[in-house]
Structure formats: structure tokens, C-alpha cells
Design a protein around this ligand. Structure first.
Ligand code: CAA
Ligand code: NAD
Length: 310
């Protein structure tokens, strides 16, 4: 384990939190993010339940987790196929799936919500969870842009509530933003930080501000790129080439928008525009709206700014 991660664990385990480490994790929503979070939790030794709304969705999650675990194993155990196979099998053995919310949270120390970026949907889910989850369970949202305090407002456990914001693809991206709201207790905060380190992530602490740190900088960048394309300043391909070769970004803004999902980017901008109508950067972009209406959501739908083989 990297020295910095051991230091984070020690710092956050020296509090009372150490006695109640997070072992059982329930992830609600097994899409792009939820399946990545469930996978990494399982591969780092946690007992995981992944909860979805349909068998079809669960099948998709399982298949993407299996593929991704194999990619991780190939990288981690290059010339050791037996160890690679054991890593995949052990991780899968710690991962259970469920279609029943009540059942899935029975033993949870931590519940991470990764459903659609919609406040109403998140409120409905968390008020139900508050009624059925054990009292010690910490609740966290992986929201990209909504206010954690507003999401938590429908529960009676705001001291055991925070944001745990992962990045896509979860098995690869090293950062975890840990979001504290004023009501989050020190114990909850320390347990979330220690858990982030146990997941192999580097944690930073954020306030409950729009987009926290990364998305407040990244999403306006994607939005500006779409506006450039809309004005006809350059092609999507050239803008992507420019940002990769001129700014050393691993992906250009259109490749990244397709990777994140154009619906998610639009949900984020729409939510901010509603809250801050005067901020130019958050204003709706007709081209993005049109693409989402046409189902051009990016890689997940087979077409976005580029076309993909399904
Ligand atoms: N699971 C497991 N391993 C993976 C993986 C996945 N989903 N994706 C990539 N890898 C690993 C594999 O080891 C892979 O090797 P193999 O292809 O042999 O399996 C290796 O990474 C290299 O991957 P690629 O060849 O596909 O491509 P790459 O080197 O360009 O890396 C990338 C891919 C990591 C996605 C890189 O392009 C990148 O960092 N892109 C930017 C991603 C980014 O900015 N994410 C943040 C989005 S914003 C967000 O998440 C917040 C929000 O709220 C919207
Ligand atoms: P997604 O559309 O890929 O997945 C959402 C999943 O949630 C779907 O599979 C859906 O069936 C399931 N779902 C919906 N309601 C449910 C419910 N009540 N119970 C159980 N499952 C339910 O979305 P995503 O990209 O994984 O985003 C999920 C959350 O993570 C959003 O809040 C998003 O803003 C945030 N996020 C997204 C990214 C990204 O790059 N896409 C990055 C960080 C955070």
C-alpha cells in the first residue's frame, strides 16, 4: 500500500472511527458509476451488495464488472495468470446483487447512491432508505452536481450523511472527493475518509459547493467546447486533438463528454442553471439539448459526438 494511503488511513483511524470500520457496502444503481464503485469495493475486500431496478440492468452491471475486473487483473498480475484468476473470482465472490432495496441494505455499514442525477429520484430513494436501513448505516451520494445537504434533507440521519464522489472509470481514476455538509459528524467524516483510503483512492475534502472541486472546473470546460462547436469555430475532432496535444489532456472534451454521458452533463448544467440563472457558463446549450433529445448520449447509447460499435 502506498505510504500516503497508510498515512490517510492512520490519521482517520486514530479517532473513534477506527473501532467501527466499514466492511459491508451497498451500492444503489449499477450503471456506469455504481458498477465501478461496487467492483472496486469488492476487489478491496468489502462485502458488497449492488441493487438495481431490473434483471436486465443487473446483467449489464455484472458483465461490465467482469470485463473490468479482468482488465485490472491483467495489469496487476501480468505474468501470474493463476493469481489473476483468483483475484477475479475472489472479487466476484464478495459481490452480491439484489432487486430488493430493503433486503440489500440489511447489513450495510455504508450505502452509496449512484442513480440518475435527479433530485426528486434521489429524495424518493433516500427517504425510503432512511426507513429501512440500520441506524448505524452511513448514507452517501455519488452525485456529480446536486447539493448533498438538499439530498440529505429528507432523512433523519444528516449527521451520518455525506458525499462520496468517484470518477469515471472508477477502477482507474485515483481521486475520491469526500463532501462534508455542516451536519456531517466528525465520526462519519473520518469513517468516509478511512474508507476512501481502503478503496485505494486518494481523498480530498470538499465543501458542499456546486460540482465540488473537479466538476466545477471540468463541466464548464466541456460546455465551452460544445459552444465552440455550435459556433462552428472548429470541428469536434480538431478541438479534441487540440486539447490532447496542446494541453496534454488524456481525452479531448468531446471524447470525454461521450464517455461521461451527454445526458449526465446536461442534467448537471440544467441543475446549476436553475440555481444560478445569471451565470453564463451554466446556460443551456441548444446543441447539447438536441443531442440528448435524439438519444445521442455518448458511448452508452452507441452515438454521441462520435459513433461507437455497440
Ligand atoms: N476498467 C478497468 N481498467 C481499465 C478501464 C476500466 N473501465 N479503462 C481503462 N482501464 C485500464 C486498463 O488496464 C487498460 O488496459 P487494457 O485496455 O489492456 O485493458 C488501460 O487502463 C488503458 O486503457 P485504454 O487503452 O482504454 O486507454 P487510455 O490509456 O487512454 O486510458 C482512460 C483510458 C483512463 C479513460 C483515460 O483516457 C483517461 O484518463 N481519460 C479521462 C477520464 C476522465 O477525465 N474521467 C473523469 C470524468 S468526470 C467524472 O467522472 C465526474 C463526473 O461527475 C461527471
Ligand atoms: P447511469 O445512467 O449509467 O446509471 C444509473 C443507474 O441507476 C441505472 O442503471 C438505473 O437503472 C439505476 N437506477 C435508477 N433508479 C434506481 C433505483 N431507484 N434503485 C436502483 N437503481 C436505480 O448513470 P451514472 O453515469 O452511473 O451516474 C450515476 C450517478 O453518478 C449520477 O448522480 C451522476 O451524476 C453521478 N456521476 C456520474 C459520473 C459519470 O461520468 N457518468 C461520474 C461521477 C458521478
Amino acid at each position: 500500500m502506498a505510504t500516503s494511503r497508510i498515512l490517510v488511513l492512520k490519521k482517520h483511524m486514530s479517532s473513534k472511527a477506527a473501532s467501527t470500520m466499514i466492511k459491508n457496502v451497498t451500492v444503489i444503481g449499477g450503471g456506469l458509476m455504481g458498477s465501478g464503485i461496487a467492483q472496486v469495493a469488492a476487489q478491496t475486500g468489502h462485502q458488497v451488495v449492488l441493487c438495481e431496478v431490473s434483471d436486465q440492468a443487473l446483467q449489464k452491471s455484472r458483465s461490465s464488472i467482469q470485463t473490468s475486473l479482468q482488465r485490472v487483473a491483467k495489469k496487476q498480475f501480468k505474468d501470474k495468470p493463476a493469481e489473476a484468476e483468483k483475484f477475479v473470482n475472489d472479487s466476484l465472490a464478495r459481490l452480491n446483487t439484489s432487486l430488493n432495496v430493503e433486503e440489500s441494505v440489511k447489513s450495510a455499514d455504508l450505502i452509496i447512491e449512484a442513480i440518475v442525477e435527479n433530485l426528486e429520484a434521489k429524495h424518493k430513494l433516500f427517504s425510503n432508505l432512511d426507513a429501512v436501513a440500520p441506524s448505524h448505516t452511513i448514507f452517501a451520494s455519488n452525485t456529480s452536481s446536486l447539493s448533498i445537504e438538499e439530498i440529505a434533507s429528507v432523512t433523519k440521519r444528516q449527521d451520518r450523511f455525506g458525499g462520496l464522489h468517484f470518477f469515471n472509470p472508477v477502477p482507474v481514476m485515483k481521486l475520491l472527493e469526500v463532501v462534508r455538509i455542516p451536519q456531517t459528524s466528525d465520526d462519519t467524516y473520518h469513517r468516509m475518509m478511512a474508507w476512501g483510503a481502503a478503496m485505494g483512492k486518494t481523498t480530498i475534502t470538499c465543501k458542499d459547493t456546486p460540482g465540488f472541486v473537479v466538476n466545477r472546473l471540468l463541466v464548464p470546460n466541456l460546455a465551452e467546447a460544445v459552444r465552440m462547436l455550435e459556433r462552428g469555430d472548429a470541428t469536434a475532432r480538431d478541438i479534441d486533438t487540440a486539447m490532447k496535444l496542446g494541453a496534454s489532456h488524456p481525452m479531448g472534451p468531446f471524447e470525454l463528454a461521450d464517455y461521461v454521458g451527454n445526458d449526465t452533463t446536461k442534467f448537471i448544467l440544467d441543475g446549476w442553471h436553475k440555481r444560478f440563472p445569471d451565470v453564463e457558463l451554466f446556460k443551456p446549450i441548444p446543441l447539447l439539448t438536441k443531442m440528448v433529445e435524439e438519444g445521442k448520449l455518448g458511448i452508452k447509447s452507441g452515438e454521441g459526438f462520435y459513433k461507437y460499435n455497440k
